[in-house]
Design a protein around this ligand. Structure first.
Ligand code: NG6
Ligand code: CA
Length: 489
């Protein structure tokens, strides 16, 4: 087999997939044979984390190697927000580019586009192509946010001159005459339960208003195949040069609208079906690499941007049909939460033929991918680059279980938490303890919280008054990290 100097890297990033949602992490009601196969050929981390319990901040960390709270804009973005990664900021993609890899992002972006007010009808000024990707084929934000179109490099795909796109997130500026979920619920084929009451696209109301661009609108049911096809094309075209592909799936984020093949394929309803679809996409990637003879030349990371949620705003029966399934596994909380269910996710590193398969209990985070890959492909990082990314290469490749000591995690609104060894410290925070819409425990409490994950993985017993010594160390360590400029030395 032909050997390349530097391995290819594919990061497969699920959207809202929980710690307990895949077979190899304990799910028995959802079958994920392709992800399980990946795990059987690599390292599965039991303490692998996103930096945040929502999408934008987690993705920001993955790409920049920086904690999200360093950038006040790194919170759930609207579909018309500007790019929050400055064009001169080093990114993992640029690092690969410098090393001679061909780079691409396919799928969900959600880090903003453009510099100021974005005109969707003209070439877009700031896209993934400005922060290290040679090619991009993305949706701007989420599948429940407008504009519901694909952006290929700098342009909306399929846009016609006679039907320009306009977008606003302001109800006061909503487009007169355009139906919305709020005003025309009779037009919906999927009802919303909370939020998601604006523009109706393909019979599903979304967040934000748009008009025009009819020929460019995506088709929800074929989104998985559209992204997959682009990802496969990129791999096929670049099979002879090292490449870096960031394949950011949209599943199982709402609205959950699988293709015909997967609709009804599980007992868990739409959420189970789109996870089955997601798993199939993973299998298509690995099978294709196999066909090209690239299996042993390609490192695949499979992980998710945040924890799970059943009802995230549409009446798709995810809750009713969930049965005994635990999307967050043994963990407390889910998406949006400061508890571990918000940020601890499946985290698999596969490099067949090069690393031993197994399970690791080391603490590792997506923010570390940058420095780990830099080290694997022999790139030296500048002092200012990837300020929070730790080059835990041996850990990452399953050679030892010495992971991070400290890891700062965040729920929503940049509320930070410290994981340190087996301890989790959650400072006192104001706010609702449960979000009634999503039925998720957020972790807010006016009392500080301390959990010992070694004895209490489900974070049930707050031992803050029993261990004031640990609380003191952790609160001062958290403050020290938050007031510093970097954690990689
Ligand atoms: C929330 C949306 C939710 C989801 C989330 C972002 C409402 C009520 N909820 O504001 O549906 O879109 O934002 O998810 O609008 S994430 O995975 O991209 O962070
Ligand atoms: Ca997400």
């Amino acid at each position: 087999m032909r050997k390349k100097q530097s391995p290819n890297v594919v990061i497969i990033y699920a959207d809202d997939l929980g710690f307990g949602d895949v077979g190899c992490y304990g799910a028995s009601d959802i079958h994920t044979p392709n992800i399980d196969r990946l795990a059987s050929r690599g390292v599965s981390f039991n303490h692998g984390y996103a930096t945040a319990a929502t999408c934008t901040p987690s993705r920001y960390s993955l790409l920049t190697g920086s904690y999200p709270w360093r950038n006040p804009q790194a919170s759930i973005l609207a579909g018309d927000s500007s790019n929050i990664i400055p064009s001169d900021m080093p990114t993992i993609a640029r690092m690969f580019q410098t090393a001679g890899h061909r780079t691409a992002v396919v799928g969900k972006w959600h880090l903003g586009l453009g510099k100021d007010d974005i005109d969707w009808n003209r070439p877009i000024s700031s896209t993934p192509n400005d922060v290290g990707f040679d090619e991009s084929f993305i949706m701007a934000a989420t599948n429940d946010r407008v504009p519901c179109v694909y952006v290929e490099n700098r342009k909306v795909l399929g846009l016609t001159d006679d039907d320009p796109i306009e977008v606003t997130y302001d109800w006061e500026k909503a487009f007169p005459g355009e139906p919305t979920g709020r005003t025309n619920p009779e037009l919906l084929r999927l009802d919303y339960s909370h939020g998601h009451d604006a523009a109706i696209i393909n019979g599903v109301s979304r967040i934000g208003h748009m008009r025009g661009g009819k020929a460019a609108l995506w088709d929800d049911e074929s989104m998985a195949e559209t992204f997959l096809e682009r990802a496969l094309d990129f791999i096929n075209v670049n099979s002879k040069t090292p490449f870096f592909l960031y394949y950011a799936l949209h599943q199982p984020h709402v609205p959950r609208l699988p293709s015909k093949t997967f609709k009804g394929s599980t007992k868990l309803g739409a959420r189970g079906d789109v996870i089955a679809e997601l798993d199939w996409c993973v299998g298509q990637i690995t099978d294709n690499l196999e066909r090209l003879g690239l299996t042993e030349d390609t490192i695949i990371v499979f992980t998710s941007d945040n924890g799970p949620v059943l009802n995230d705003g549409y009446k798709d029966q995810a809750e009713e049909l969930n049965g005994q399934h635990n999307p967050a596994g043994i963990l407390r909380g889910g998406k949006y939460s400061m508890f571990d269910g918000g940020t601890r996710v499946p985290f698999i590193v596969s490099w067949p033929g090069r690393i031993n398969s197994g399970i690791s209990d080391a603490i590792i985070c997506q923010v570390d991918l940058y420095a780990c890959f830099a080290s694997i492909i022999n790139q030296v990082l500048n002092a200012e680059e990837a300020p929070d990314s730790l080059p835990l290469v041996s850990t990452f490749l399953g050679e030892n279980e010495i992971g991070r000591t400290d890891l700062v995690l965040e729920g929503t609104k940049a509320k930070t938490v410290l994981r340190r060894n087996n301890w989790v410290y959650i400072p006192p925070y104001e706010g609702r303890s449960i979000n009634e819409n999503t039925n998720i425990e957020l972790g807010n409490s006016l009392e500080a919280q301390l959990y010992d994950l070694r004895l209490d993985a489900g974070q049930q017993k707050n031992i803050v008054s029993e261990r004031p010594d640990i609380v003191k160390i952790m609160s001062s360590r958290l403050n020290e990290i938050l007031s510093g400029e970097r954690t990689r030395y």
